[in-house]
Design a protein around this ligand. Structure first.
Ligand SMILES: [Zn+2]
Length: 452
């Protein structure tokens, strides 16, 4: 016969064992996928050398892998590369989530996770219909079907979109379509926190226009929206009431810097990317057992080399910080100066103002030699005094070329390249990502974690 006291003790032992049952290993609840468009290994380390005072946070991640990037061709574009990462399938360049034989619409990881109850956020520093973000919510035979891609965004039930505008929709038209589809359009990351969790959000700078981006980091005013601010707002909104979420955030202008062989732009955009990843790190530190952060690139751009023949073993990467404007933005100014028929001498002042390059520069490597001045004047004549009377882009190109030459950067192309990129992983399931593999494996590795 069992004594009531024994029952009491049995109860105590049972309840204690119940309480001390080791908790099931927590599921992957929070997933970050950061894609640095065009961020090859040299691009990343150029940024590290140019800004030695700032730690690149993801270089400290415990898992660093090597990922080959080819699509159905050896050199990929961003559309096929993002499709590979998001769906596990290699496809043709230009495909937005369409199979290589053009017969199937593919389903990206974002939509698989949404079905499982994750809230989804899509962020990019460039326009949100750009190839990389588009793959995660749209299907299109060509990355240039911007209207169709924009409409897919309007009808999406993802909870957060943040970054630039849309190419085929002016601000008014875009806002109207977003409101009609129950989006809250915001220009202020601080107001996201107080929104109801069911609200769909589109966060974009106040000064947005069709196809606009976030300001390039190199010439961003302190009150302009940064990638880090957008990522911070996305985390605030997606994590409401501890809901599981997936956030894909792209830095799109590392690639643009590569395409225009603009070393300072590449280095500064990677710094902005790094700040955005720091936001995810803050979140990870609060939820280390349920969070996975992946940082990778879709491909490298520009064939950037750390070293050139002009300088041999010398390098002055920190001097890239003397450049205060992106080549692309500088060229917009150049077009205005062309209309104003500015003289070569007056343009030399602008070149000194925005790049620090001058015959009398205080930093020795930035001094313009007689030969440099001749090259610049030749480029000026080709740009400003061409026979057909049309503006040409030689001078702004020449200035960034000199900046690369004088700081020790080399380039092989203005297009994408075939070398593998890195993947950095931290947190829940990060060990899954160790090794050398192709970009489509990223999809299967994520899937293994959510469908064990
Ligand atoms: Zn590109």
């Amino acid at each position: 016969m069992i004594h009531p006291i024994q029952i009491f003790f049995l109860f105590l032992v049972l309840s204690k064992s119940l309480l001390s049952v080791p908790k099931l290993e927590s599921e992957l609840k929070y997933l970050f996928l950061f894609i640095g468009d065009g961020m090859g290994n040299s691009q990343l380390h150029l940024s590290r050398f140019a800004y030695p005072e700032n730690e690149i946070v993801f270089l400290q991640f415990p898992v660093i892998a090597m990922v080959s990037t080819e699509s159905t061709t050896v050199i990929t574009d961003s559309a096929a590369a993002a499709t590979s990462i998001a769906t596990g399938e290699k496809t043709y360049n230009g495909s937005i989530c369409i199979s290589a034989d053009k017969k199937r619409k593919l389903v990206p990881i974002s939509k698989i996770l949404a079905k499982k109850g994750y809230r989804i956020g899509i962020v990019s520093s460039v326009s949100l219909d750009h190839a990389t973000p588009a793959v995660f919510y749209a299907n299109a035979y060509s990355r240039n079907q911007y209207k169709q891609i924009g409409e897919a965004l309007f009808s999406s039930d993802f909870h957060f979109f943040g970054g630039g505008g849309l190419k085929k929709f002016g601000p008014k038209e875009m806002k109207k379509s977003l409101l009609k589809n129950n989006f809250f359009v915001s220009h202020d990351p601080n107001e996201i926190g107080s929104l109801d969790l069911d609200k769909k959000v589109y966060l974009t700078p106040r000064e947005y226009s069709s196809g606009s981006s976030l300001s390039s980091e190199i010439n961003r005013a302190t009150d302009q929206l940064s990638l880090a601010k957008v990522v911070g707002a996305a985390i605030d909104h997606l994590s409401k009431r501890e809901s599981p979420f997936f956030l894909m955030a792209e830095s799109g202008k590392i690639d643009w810097g590569g395409h225009s062989n603009d070393a300072a732009m590449v280095a500064s955009e990677i710094q902005a990317f790094n700040h955005a990843i720091s936001e995810a790190m803050d979140f990870y530190n609060r939820h280390p057992n349920e969070t996975l952060i992946l940082v990778t690139a879709d491909h490298a751009t520009g064939g950037l080399g750390l070293g050139n023949d002009r300088l041999k073993k010398a390098s002055h990467y920190e001097l890239l910080k003397n450049q205060k404007i992106g080549e692309w933005e500088f060229d917009l100014k150049m077009q205005i100066w062309w209309k104003e028929k500015r003289s070569f001498t007056s343009l030399l002042e602008e070149i000194e103002r925005f790049f620090g390059l001058s015959p009398k520069a205080s930093e020795l490597p930035l001094i313009l030699s007689e030969k440099d001045l001749q090259d610049l004047e030749k480029a000026y004549q080709e740009s400003f005094l061409s026979e057909d009377g049309k503006y040409k882009k030689f001078l702004s190109n020449k200035v960034t070329e000199l900046m690369s030459e004088k700081t020790g950067v080399g380039w092989t192309t203005t297009d994408h390249t075939a070398e593998p990129v890195n993947l950095f992983a931290l947190g829940k399931g990060s060990q899954n990502f160790q090794g050398f593999y192709s970009s489509n494996e990223i999809f299967f590795k994520i899937l293994e974690l959510i469908e064990p």
